[in-house]
Design a protein around this ligand. Sequence first.
Ligand code: SAJ
Length: 419
Amino acid sequence: MKLCVLGLGYIGLPTAVIFANSGINVHGVDVNSTVIDMIRSKRVHLHESGLEKALEDAIDSGSFTVSMQPQEADAFIIAVPTPITSGKTADLSQVVKAAEMLVPILKEGDLVVLESTVPPKTVESVLLPVLKQTNLAIGEQLFVCYSPERVMPGRLFHELKHNDRIIGGITPLSAQKCAELYEQIVEGTIHITDTITAEMVKLMENTYRDVNIALANELARIAEEIGFDVWEAIQLANSHPRVHIHSPGSGVGGHCIAVDPWFIFEKAPKATRLIELSRITNDSVPQLVSNRIREMVSNIHKPVITLLGVAFKGDIDDIRESPSLVVMNELRKNGYQLKIYDPYVNQDMTDKVPTLHEAVTGSDCIVLLTDHTIFKDIDFDLIGRLMRSRRIIDTRNLVNLNRLRLSGFICEKIGTPLA
Ligand code: SAJ
């Protein structure tokens, strides 16, 4: 059995490596030569707990090779990016390109699985027309499935193995072949359905989360307006056995939750009012956060603001669609002096400093934007002594404001009444 994985990013690389380490001969393909060079020298181009070691094992065992061209195999997984365009539609060009690369090498009996997140009916209307160029009978000689990745960055290795897997086949035999592939690495239940249902399941999961977070963010605004602590109220509401309200924060980032609901909107705009409003609600949060920061420092001459956290969520290095970037740009645009610190994020950016010490020295206001676990352990007594004036805004419920007030901080928390 040989597997070829196209796209060696956040999903494709760990997936390829897990298959390789389970004894399958895997060839990985990426269009980026730097990525290929790095992987060949056993270095990872993205941060994911356990990935570097797993990659090293896979390459050392001889089961994992990489190049910029696909090779003949029995099964192919397409895990390429499907970004959103400025018109809020899915850019499927990389899916098309990957499928086109496969056309010359596909043979009777092969399986093609699309894992990338896509609008409903993509398999039917985008992937199959390309694969038909092989002249193989689709569903009889060439098996095609949609099987979405559903894993959480930061917990990828655990979730790839233990989460249930959804497989949508264009025919029952396609789904069966695909189930036989994933059975080699998945310990969760494998659920079989058709392709449109599998495509929608993926989008519905992330949309459920987006709508729920929008509710939490709206409740935070209500709390700020009428005066209660939304964090305590949500915790108490969630003690009900059938309630699970998510958390408010600085906004919704990442390439999934902030994007996927638009893929449903694209196909059914008239039926998507709640989904659209939730997207708009969550997208408005970073602007509200930056307004709150500006109010907090409004009586300071030339304030210096420290932003803690650039990643779109805690304990990862990914900054795609991060609300922190919106807050940052908004403050920059208005001429504020910033000091930005994120121990996970390697990219160079203006005003980013390498240490927390440097980030807070001479600062007038700390803003906790990302819920990195290490931010919970900051010694604010010590930090306060380095600041020019002690102000803090917590957008993620990371710190105990009462304790900070005792240390002389003026404190605010998103979802609680204004100070
Ligand atoms: N966020 C909140 N409040 C919350 C939860 C999250 O503001 O209560 C924010 C986060 O800070 C972040 C954004 O939402 O900015 C998204 O984070 P996330 O943890 O909800 O999701 P992702 O993007 O890391 O991963 C999601 C997961 N989907 C679900 O949990 C339904 C993951 O399982 C998917 O595989 C992934 O999207 C994906 O690739 O689609």
